[in-house]
Design a protein. Sequence first.
Lengths: 312, 236
Amino acid sequence: MIEATGLTRYFHGHAVVRDLSFSVRRGEVLGLLGPNGAGKSTTMRMLTGFLPPSSGAARVAGIDLDGDTIELRRRIGYLPENAPSYHELDVATYLRFIGRMHAMSPELLTGRMSEMASLCGLKPVMHRPIGELSKGFKQRVGLAACMLHDPDCLIMDEPASGLDPNQIVEMRTLIRRLAENKAVLLSSHILSEVEASCDRVLIMDDGRQIAAGTVNELSSRYEGAQSIHVSIKGDHAAVLAKLGEILPKAEIEVDADEAGASFVIKAEEGGAALDEAVFRAVVEAGAVMIDLRHERLSLEAVFKRLTSGERT
Amino acid sequence: MKQVLALAYKDWRLSVDTPVVYVAAAAFMLVSGFVFGSGLFLGGQAELRTFLGWLPLLWMFFLPALAMRALAEERRQGTFEVLATLPVGSGQIVAGKFMAIMWQVLLLLLLTLAYPLSLAVLASIDAGQALAAFTGALLLGASYAALCLFASSLTANAVVAYIIGFSLILSFVLLDKGARLMSPDIQTWLQVLSPSQHYESMLRGVLTPEDVVFFLCFSMVFLMASNYQLERRRWI
């Protein structure tokens, strides 16, 4: 649905986006992550036809960026950062204006407006000026406006910015529901948000793609040594001795008390073999295992590691 | 065309939902009423020419106010990004914006119809001359509206757009005045380019195709310049 190949954009001789390639399929949500100035908004603006790329190509909803951009804009829904809208207009007038600009028939428009008002929870504020609404409602108005014409692709720049935690959960549910039959590209600063609502993530820094994949792939790719947390009941010294015997190369931290102990085991080779070895050590030492869990590198840690230069 | 109308209607709603158009209409009627009334009561002349003669000056102050927000405010509020990613070309955006300003110009001119109507009660007026003069006023308004729309496309600040629009109109007025100091050849050329000079002839009741074509071309040049400006902004 969205395919970008070697997208590059210069502003005043400075490359803001460099050689970016990615794709988003129907039914998929791709999250663009990156620090401020990484080139996320510029990438989105290029895909909407708002900014022409300096080089590279992209195909959005079956239309080439250098082709009929008016037709392209008909097939996409774009929510710019901060969801700008006309503060003096009421919500219904604004949505009607957007629908008319999409050349929607009055009957279709009325139906879609009512659908969007229910979906985005706008019914109570339909006749209030947008300028009087809270940030959360303004964001929802922007979302309703970009989905009004039922586009194939949704491109949303920071859709969750300025929302409170409840609204973020609502927005996440909404995006997941929308993504069932659309291609969704969104950018966010809220990493947990991307982690929860995106199928895949593309991390950008200084205009370049520095990592891409599912959250799980990124976590395992960049976590390096595998860490597992183990809690036991029983003789921790015996367990420690057995662990040392079975996993001679592992780095083991112990936090023990009278009842038992917790271990953090870091080993070069993880997976099922490590779990099995740990389990065997605990049983052979005559202790009882209470908990065994894997420590996964959070997206936040991957992001921090990649964008602060400490790449592995 | 439907999209152009939708955009013009949106701008019209924005102007009637804010005090700008009411303040402009009230101030316009106050000043034009004073000019008309002073001609009638102090000058003792029951004619429209006094008021219509002042109209270029009134347009110079009022049209930049009506047009200053058109594109500048869209850029300041970030709504231009919404507008430019809707399925319309920049030409349609310019046309919609121009249409919305022209609706306001028409509103102001309709309000001033009170003057010829009140004169018609006192004396007989030359309907042909009044029609030519009002057509001239509308065409002059269209030319200055296009000029001020262009000014609004140059900046994201409405006040700066007002100053640019005012200065551009003033420079065309000064072109006409300055031409009188030049040699006859240059004078003729400069006066051809002056909207107020063309308006003067329409004010006398002479409606020539040359004048109409001049105003249409003048408006078109600045609408195309606004369109160029919108397109250019995508590249910088």
